[in-house]
Design a protein. Structure first.
Length: 525
């Protein structure tokens, strides 16, 4: 019961915090573009405070798992030098906060190690954060080397600072949970007394050791030894396969036309241009498909029996999920062109359809966009779904959002994404069931999947994912740059390049920032 409570609390606490941090980062970026320096500073504070609170939540949950024996290792092979350079970038703002300098020295070739990537990262970050907390206008050094000891290879980490240091009595309390070395130190520097206790546990779980030497008033040195290859029974190993997806995919078009010959011609023509196509021969069927599949654009005939195109258009534009979908009206009657904008249509094409005009309109409204860049985001939390989608769209990527596995499967049947970002715990069809269906279909088997979860995965859950997913990202880490780098590498096998989002793309943070901008102008006036 306690474990389930902690798992539920983990999700309930982390989900809103991820939303706060994500929105603050996006608002900050937009405020910088609008040159609102006053708001940038305030938004920066929100982000920093949010990340600090998230780290406290993570620490409490980590300690609870440790005490209940539920903490598990997640072993994989990774390049240690690459991790250290990432840590260098991550820790710099914290180091510089108290006017310190940071020196990273890699003393020999470190190569790859087999260990828990996340816990190795947390060990080093915790020790560097601790050094930064108790040092002002000083130097913090991290030295790392690979060495042979007792016929076994080890990684040696040495973190040195010239901060306030500790007395021998204070050092005895150092690695105890909920204990801080001195009450006056706590009042001055803050902290919960959890970080070093958790660090020591992580080190020992991987078969390593940690020690400290310190002189009061002169600084401290922490030394960590970790084996280059951690071997534990029943540990979960990440799959190492690389996925590729070669099919061109310009976009997904829904055709609603009662003439089957027109549907057939359009489908053939658009398919030759790399578009995926679904078709409906009446308005009712078309509305159902639009709601179910959420296409990139709709080609809608005006003159149809039972329900004409204008009636269909009205229903589509009153649906919040479809209101922004471009709808191109088609008709043999040129007079239908009059007033289409007032009714919400995007454009008009006269029949018989001109293929060159059709493609020109699709390109004009950036429908589909570049090939091989459709990402599917499968997430039941609407806020996180929107944040993730907006971040990807700002990278020039196209996004389809699905609130559960069933919606995602329905869409994949018509349009394959090049990559899927998948939450695991969702209503109707969860991520595990979705993956089973996905991998059973030969046509979809090669689509890479990145799991994004705030849940604490058991060994059993990790085993269920083994061989099914490319990698697993914890939402609470909020490492957006690392995730984007991963995505770009997987879809293009090349370094990430920032592509400007289309000019006609609506970014939902803009209205708020326009209000902020107006408020700033009124203040200046």
């Amino acid at each position: 019961a306690k474990s389930q409570f902690l798992a539920n609390m983990s999700h309930e606490l982390r989900t809103p915090m991820n939303a706060i941090i994500g929105y603050s980062e996006m608002l900050k970026e937009d405020a910088e573009e609008l040159d609102l320096s006053d708001f940038v500073a305030d938004l920066d504070k929100i982000g920093v405070a949010g990340k600090h609170l998230l780290s406290l939540i993570n620490s409490v949950l980590d300690l609870s798992k440790i005490e209940s024996g539920k903490m598990e290792l997640y072993l994989e092979t990774f390049n240690l030098e690459s991790l250290l350079y990432e840590i260098d970038n991550t820790i710099q703002p914290l180091i510089e906060n108290k006017y310190n300098t940071f020196q990273l020295r890699i003393l020999n070739s470190l190569g790859e190690i087999y260990a828990d990537f996340t816990k190795t990262n947390q060990i080093v970050l915790n020790l560097l954060s601790n050094a930064a907390k108790f040092t002002e206008q000083g130097t913090i050094r991290l030295e790392v080397k690979r060495k042979l000891k007792n016929e076994k290879e080890w990684i040696y980490f040495r973190i040195t600072d010239d901060g306030i240091g500790m007395t021998p009595e204070q050092q005895k309390k150092l690695f105890k949970s909920f204990t801080q070395v001195d009450a006056s130190t706590t009042r001055r520097f803050g902290g919960t007394g959890l970080g070093l206790a958790i660090t020591k546990t992580f080190v020992e779980m991987m078969g390593g050791s940690i020690s400290v030497s310190s002189t009061f008033g002169k600084g401290s040195t922490f030394t960590v030894h970790l084996p280059t290859s951690v071997h534990l029974e029943d540990s979960y190993q990440k799959p190492g396969k690389t996925h590729t997806f070669k099919e061109d995919n310009q976009g997904f078009i829904l055709i609603i036309d009662d003439d089957p010959d027109v549907c057939r011609w359009l489908k053939t023509y658009l398919s030759d241009f790399g578009y995926s196509v679904a078709e409906a021969t009446n308005g009712i069927e078309g509305i159902k498909l639009a709601k179910k599949l959420r296409p990139d654009a709709i080609l809608l005939d005006v003159m149809m029996p039972d329900m004409n195109g204008w009636e269909v258009l009205t229903i589509l534009k009153n649906n919040t999920l479809l209101a922004d979908t471009p709808v191109i009206m088609t008709s043999i009657e040129e007079t239908c062109k009059t007033g289409i904008a007032l009714l919400g249509a995007t454009d008009f094409l006269p029949k018989p359809l001109n293929s060159h005009q059709l493609v020109a309109i699709l390109e004009k409204y950036d429908i589909g966009g570049p090939a091989n860049n459709l990402i599917m985001v499968v997430e039941d939390d609407e806020t996180l779904r929107d944040i993730t989608a907006e971040v990807l769209q700002k990278e020039g990527l196209r996004v389809f959002k699905a609130e559960n596995g069933q919606v995602a499967l329905d869409h994949i049947a018509y349009q394959k994404p090049v990559l899927i970002l998948l939450d695991l715990y969702m209503p109707e069809m969860d991520g595990f069931e979705f993956l089973t269906h996905l991998r059973q279909n030969e046509a979809w088997r090669s689509i890479p999947v990145i799991v994004l979860t705030s849940a604490i995965l058991s060994v059993e859950d990790q085993a269920r994912l083994h061989g099914y997913v490319e990698t697993i990202f914890q939402k609470q880490t909020n490492n957006r740059d690392e995730l984007l780098s991963h995505i770009h590498q997987m879809i293009s096998q090349s370094p990430p390049v920032h592509i400007e989002a289309p000019q006609n793309q609506t970014v939902f943070t803009k209205p708020l920032l326009e209000k902020i901008k107006r408020a700033a102008q009124l203040k200046n006036d």
